[in-house]
Write a protein that binds this ligand. Structure first.
Ligand code: FCB
Length: 464
């Protein structure tokens, strides 16, 4: 691509975003709703995981979370006051289809029906994510995502939600971050269901993608053509620490397992050959059956990109070895000395630009940034207000990075800040705060932080 023709506007990139660019805030069901035993909801793998000693920091759980289930209208008013166009939320499978099989639960879908109406009445467009990690526990008991049947269950559940809300919701995304479901959930044991089995995690990858494809095909068949379908992936850039063959191979492997394992089948209908070779060396195969890749590569209208950080990697450990004690090639993340967030993630806005331009060049899909944001150790004043200049700087540099990628030709149509409000940050519990609105968990009081004001003013200035 010729990037020299139009010089990049580096001074104030955000100002180059057009008035048609769309803005939103994002949340997910288990992180905010609470009310885990209400309205016929059954348990999800996260309810179970939270009971495992030491699985979640301080033993926190999603039992109450932000109590959004009971405070939904006030929360929608908060969203409206931000002046955003879109709200991305996820639907809790165990509310809508308790136990993951059988008929729709009217009370469960009723909550999302009311949420949808409330958003529309407040001039905010709903954007739905069908799966943000809260698998019904019964489906995990039957084997979870490593089992092929889970993909079919997901498609059935997706159709229930689609039937109920398709008349009012245009954009339908299937999965949030299948990398986290598969790797954190089944390989590393850091997320629910807490399994540590690499081969199972690779089966989970394939069945998550199959579930996405089956659900997308069925929703598209039932659609009158007014809808858009997509998926959200979390990605970053892996840069080799040096030009050595070992470091370059570490970066290749991390790109294969982080990005290409999803996007190659989704867009090109095949798994990357180098990944399949790497897996074969570990005695692992992806459980692909005839016709699966055709289903998985059913056309997408939108790619959701979640970006938080990028990494520099080395293929050599501290002692100079290329393989670990299990004989596997070393992939070691190397701290570069850049500033970090409270998560310990390096702040790399230029990696965001690089990622978005690369996704555009390699996969050519319209992109929405479905999550981007940061956790910092917020200090509220006596009124609950947080002067979060660090978070404002993060948003400023990363939205600027999006604008620079657009200037280089990437087709990016919108941006969602993660997150509307502080919430249950999975294995980190409530200590890590990503919200632009502070939540006082003792009183459930919500107080917009400086970043919320900044976000509202930025959006407003681009429309003026
Ligand atoms: C993403 C998740 C989201 C939130 C952010 C910080 O991986 O999709 O739920 O936890 O990270």
């Amino acid at each position: 691509m010729d990037t020299t023709a139009t010089p990049l506007d580096l001074a104030n990139p955000i100002a180059t975003l057009p008035p048609s660019f769309r803005w939103g805030v994002a949340t997910s069901a288990y992180q905010i709703e609470g009310a885990v035993d209400e309205g016929g909801r059954t348990r999800s793998i996260w309810d179970t995981f939270c009971e495992v000693p030491d699985a979640v920091d301080k033993g926190d759980t999603g039992e109450v979370a932000c109590d959004h289930y009971h405070r939904m209208p006030q929360d929608v008013a908060l969203i409206r006051d931000l002046g955003v166009d879109l709200y991305r939320f996820s639907v809790a499978w165990p509310r809508v289809q308790p136990r993951g099989r059988g008929p729709v639960n009217p009370e469960g879908i009723g909550f999302y029906d009311r949420l949808t109406d409330e958003l529309l009445a407040n001039g905010v467009e709903p954007w739905v994510t069908l799966y943000h990690w809260d698998l019904p526990q019964e489906l995990e008991d039957a084997g979870g995502w490593p089992e092929r049947d889970t993909a079919y269950r997901f498609a059935d559940y997706s159709m229930m939600v689609f039937d109920a809300l398709q008349d009012r919701i245009k954009t339908w995304t299937t999965l949030n971050e299948p990398w986290c479901s598969a790797m954190l959930g089944y390989a590393y044991g850091a997320h629910a269901p807490g399994r540590r089995d690499f081969a199972a995690s690779m089966r989970a990858v394939h069945h998550l993608l199959l579930g996405h494809g089956l659900a997308t095909q069925r929703m598209r068949e039932a659609s009158d053509g007014r809808h858009e379908f997509g998926i959200t992936l979390n990605m970053g850039v892996s840069t080799p620490q040096t030009d050595s063959a070992a470091d370059r191979d570490a970066a290749r492997r991390s790109d294969a397992l982080g990005t290409r394992i999803y996007l190659d089948p989704l867009v090109h209908g095949r798994y990357p050959a180098d990944l399949v070779d790497d897996l074969a060396r570990r005695g692992v195969t992806l459980p692909v059956q005839d016709g699966d890749l055709e289903v998985i590569s059913t056309p997408l209208d939108v790619l959701g990109v979640n970006y938080y950080f990028s990494e520099t990697v080395s293929g050599v450990d501290e002692d100079g070895n290329n393989t670990d004690p299990d004989g596997l090639p070393v992939t070691r993340v190397i701290p570069t000395g850049r500033p970090i967030t409270a998560m310990g993630w390096e702040i790399v806005p230029e990696g965001f630009t690089q990622l978005l331009v690369r996704l555009h060049n390699d996969y050519g899909l319209p992109i929405f940034v479905t999550e981007n944001g940061s956790a910092f150790d917020d200090v509220p004043d006596e009124t609950g207000f947080v002067d979060d200049e660090d978070r404002v700087a993060y948003f400023d540099s990363h939205i600027g990075a999006v604008a620079l990628a657009r200037q280089q030709g990437a087709d990016i149509r919108g941006y969602f800040a993660w997150s509307l409000m502080d919430n249950f940050e999975w294995a980190y519990g409530y200590d890590k705060r990503f919200g632009i609105v502070r939540v006082d968990y003792d009183t459930q009081e919500r107080t917009p932080k400086r970043s919320a004001h900044w976000y509202r003013d930025t959006i407003r200035s681009l429309r003026a």
